[in-house]
Design a protein around this ligand. Structure first.
Ligand SMILES: Cc1ncc(C[n+]2csc(CCOP(=O)(O)OP(=O)(O)O)c2C)c(N)n1
Length: 278
């Protein structure tokens, strides 16, 4: 898919994707939705799907396609919006989010025809599978890349470090992990729950690390991804992207209350108003 999309084009996609997230999350009704985790990752997802990745929504099983794994699978609304806006999933499916029989379940469910490589949601597992996919590509001498979105709270999982060390040992330079460091996890600030130096940890595990001051700044994330894509370090790559949980909606930004929540009509109208006035 078009790697030549301009920053302006992708920025417009980000605006549409934010609206998708709010609309689908509202449709979930009493089942609630993970708004904050999806909104922090919009620019990362849009950069991957509209610029960085080699993929073709019309040919989802293309053997040399780059693979994407959303390890922080609870943020599926940003994934679904990227798949909808790039053409893997029909727009009319939006109204089925979290409804019975929908392909848009509360966590991604493997569906390659619609662009979902693996099921995810049990934190840490997606990243370990992504490492396995990158290793499989090496063994089969395939040239595609594997991109994986990881949460900063998710980095508390032991499986992350077992897989990360293994990835470095196997010199998986075809693997790029993007850590969505929004600073807030399910029940509190990430620094209050497990105060760790993520940059030092990823480096100690043997990865090439790049820190992004503002992971919601589209040109910066595009530049970081491009740099890691073309890096000749021979190591797997981690981008630690400082983002804002709930980015774009004033009453959600940085809020623990909007990790996952049922949205009422008033909140929905306020959110749409804010998006329209931006
Ligand atoms: C193995 C596992 N334990 C617990 C959970 C429940 N859970 C869902 S989201 C979440 C917090 C994730 O925080 P973070 O990785 O920082 O992602 P964010 O929501 O901030 O994007 C937790 C603990 C889970 N999905 N999987």
């Amino acid at each position: 898919m078009g790697n030549n999309n301009t920053v302006e084009f992708i920025q417009e996609k980000c605006a549409v994707m934010r609206r998708d997230v709010i609309e689908m999350g509202y449709i979930a009704g009493g089942r609630g939705a993970h708004f904050g985790p999806a909104l922090s990752s919009i620019e990362i997802m849009a950069s991957l799907f509209f610029n960085i990745m080699n993929h073709d929504p019309k040919n989802p099983t293309m053997p040399d396609r780059d693979r994407f794994v959303q390890s922080k699978g609870h943020a599926c609304l940003s994934y679904y919006s990227a798949l909808i806006e790039s053409g893997y999933i029909a727009k009319d499916q939006k109204s089925t989010f979290k409804q019975d029989e929908s392909i848009l379940s509360g966590h991604p469910s493997r569906n390659i025809e619609h662009g979902i490589e693996i099921s995810s949601g049990s934190l840490g597992n997606g990243f370990a599978v992504a490492c396995g996919m990158a290793k499989a590509a090496k063994i089969k001498k395939e040239n595609h890349k594997v991109y994986c979105l990881v949460g900063d709270g998710e980095c508390n999982e032991g499986i992350i470090w077992e897989a990360a060390m293994n990835g470095a040992k196997n010199k998986l330079d075809n693997l790029v992990a993007i850590v969505d460091r929004n600073g807030v996890q399910l029940a509190g600030k990430t620094s209050d729950i497990m105060d760790v130096d993520l940059v030092a940890l990823w480096k100690a595990a043997g990865w090439e690390v790049l820190v992004l001051e503002d992971g919601n700044d589209l040109p910066s994330i595009l530049e970081a991804l491009e740099k890691m894509k073309n890096s000749k370090s021979g190591k797997p790559h981690a981008i630690i992207a400082n983002t804002t949980k709930g980015k774009g909606i004033s009453f959600m930004e940085g809020s623990i209350n909007w990790h996952a929540r049922v949205m009422n009509k008033e909140q929905y109208e306020q959110a749409i108003l804010e998006l329209e006035s931006n």
